[in-house]
Every structure is written in structure tokens, then in C-alpha cells.
Design a protein around this ligand. Structure first.
Ligand SMILES: *Cc1c(COP(=O)(O)O)cnc(C)c1O
Length: 224
């Protein structure tokens, strides 16, 4: 068996049933994705709209593509026809553009709200006040072609596991507050996307429902 198939099987075997594995295939070639696909895996994540747009037509139609990267508004149109979940909605302007492109494609696009929980400034995301302001606005009420399915965040890149745990707890508490204050009627609002190769165990312990795993499945990335 190939390494990728083996990695996916081993990984899936240790996940609780309610946790979805998003196989992050960014920078990886089509053949690697096909190998993962052949093992039965169907949920893949990419972080560049252009790269995703190029890969999607080359691969089987029943792949569920998740977008996990920082979104430039002018590139939403590349992925709007087929994307199955956008994890990384980090400002109102992007959500409005997703709604517009979803309308053009006559569909509803499921989205997660990305929160900024890390210490690093380099990570994107809303803070609590910004999300509240957005959800309370009339402009938000008029968005008919997006659906908010939950929240997402990246923890600080650190060896300090207690810090990572605190940050994941913060995200979980944002999720709980949103669920009770805004989405108690929505059965779709149930996803907490947190956990990567280095911190997924903590993420599962803190309530993750979606792990975004790249290097543990496909090997280290080469950014040359
Ligand atoms: C690359 C990436 C991942 C996966 O990272 P690994 O450490 O390789 O598991 C997860 N989430 C986001 C947003 C990413 O950009």
C-alpha cells in the first residue's frame, strides 16, 4: 500500500466518529490526491483559489472541496460553482461576495466564520465584536445564498500546549455563544473546524468536529 493510503487509513482509525477529516492537499500534485481518493477519501482542502480552480476539473466530481485559505474577494468566483464549504470567511466583505457569486451559480454556499484566536498578527479572522455586528446588521439578513455552518480558527504555532488548548477553548466558547444567540434554529450550525497536524489531538479534546490535516497525510510541503 502507498504511504498516502496508509497514512489516511491510520489517521481515520484514530478519529472519533463525529470528526471529519479534511485532507489538505495544497501544493501537492494531482497524483497524490488521486491516491488519497482511491483509498476512499472524499473531503479535500485547498488554500489558494487559483490552485483549487485548476485542480478541480482534473479530479473526480464527487470530491467535496473545502476552501481553507485567506480569500481575496476577486477570486471567489473561481470556486463558487463547486466549493462545498468555505472555512475561512474572515470579513463581511468576503461573505457578501460569496453570496453574490453563489446567487450567480444558483446555489447556497455553506461557510464557517474564521475567528482570530492566535497571538500572531499574521493569522486572519474576526473578533467577537465584529461577528456580532455583522450578524446583527440588516445587510446580513439579506444574504440568501450563504449558510453559516459553524466556526474555524488556527491556534498559535507554539510548543506550549496549554496555550493551544486555551485558544481552542476560546473558539469553542464563541461557537457555543453563537449557537445559543443566533443559530439555535439552525441544524446546520454544528461545525468547529480546528486542529492541524501539530495540534489535532488537543483540538479533538476541546470539541473539534473538523480537522484540517496536510503534512501528516501527504508528507512535508515543499515551498520552492
Ligand atoms: C496548510 C493548512 C493546514 C494543514 O496544515 P498541516 O500542518 O500540514 O496539517 C490546515 N489549515 C490551514 C488553514 C492551512 O493553511
Amino acid at each position: 500500500m502507498s504511504d498516502i493510503k496508509q497514512n489516511i487509513e491510520t489517521f481515520k482509525n484514530k478519529l472519533p466518529e463525529n470528526v471529519t477529516l479534511v485532507a489538505v492537499s495544497k501544493t501537492k500534485p494531482l497524483e497524490d490526491i488521486r491516491e488519497a481518493y482511491d483509498s476512499g477519501h472524499r473531503v479535500f482542502g485547498e488554500n489558494k483559489a487559483q490552485e483549487l480552480k485548476d485542480k478541480q476539473p482534473e479530479l473526480p466530481d464527487d470530491i467535496q472541496w473545502h476552501f481553507i485559505g485567506h480569500m481575496q474577494t476577486n477570486k471567489v468566483k473561481y470556486i463558487a460553482p463547486f466549493v462545498s464549504l468555505i472555512h475561512s470567511v474572515d470579513r463581511f466583505k468576503v461573505l457578501k461576495e460569496i453570496n453574490k457569486q453563489a446567487q450567480k451559480n444558483d446555489r447556497v454556499i455553506p461557510c464557517l466564520l474564521q475567528f482570530h484566536i492566535a497571538e500572531e498578527d499574521t493569522k486572519f479572522g474576526f473578533d467577537w465584536a465584529e461577528v456580532k455586528e455583522m450578524l446583527d446588521s440588516e445587510a446580513y439578513q439579506n444574504l440568501t445564498n450563504i449558510r453559516i455552518d459553524g466556526v474555524m480558527a488556527m491556534a498559535t504555532f507554539t510548543q506550549d500546549t496549554e496555550q493551544i488548548r486555551r485558544e481552542f477553548r476560546q473558539l469553542k466558547s464563541f461557537f457555543d455563544r453563537l449557537q445559543s444567540d443566533y443559530f439555535s434554529e439552525s441544524a446546520h450550525f454544528k461545525e468547529i473546524s480546528m486542529g492541524m497536524t501539530n495540534d489535532y489531538q488537543i483540538a479533538i479534546e476541546e470539541g473539534s468536529t473538523m480537522l484540517r490535516i496536510g503534512s501528516a497525510l501527504f508528507g512535508a510541503r515543499n515551498y520552492t
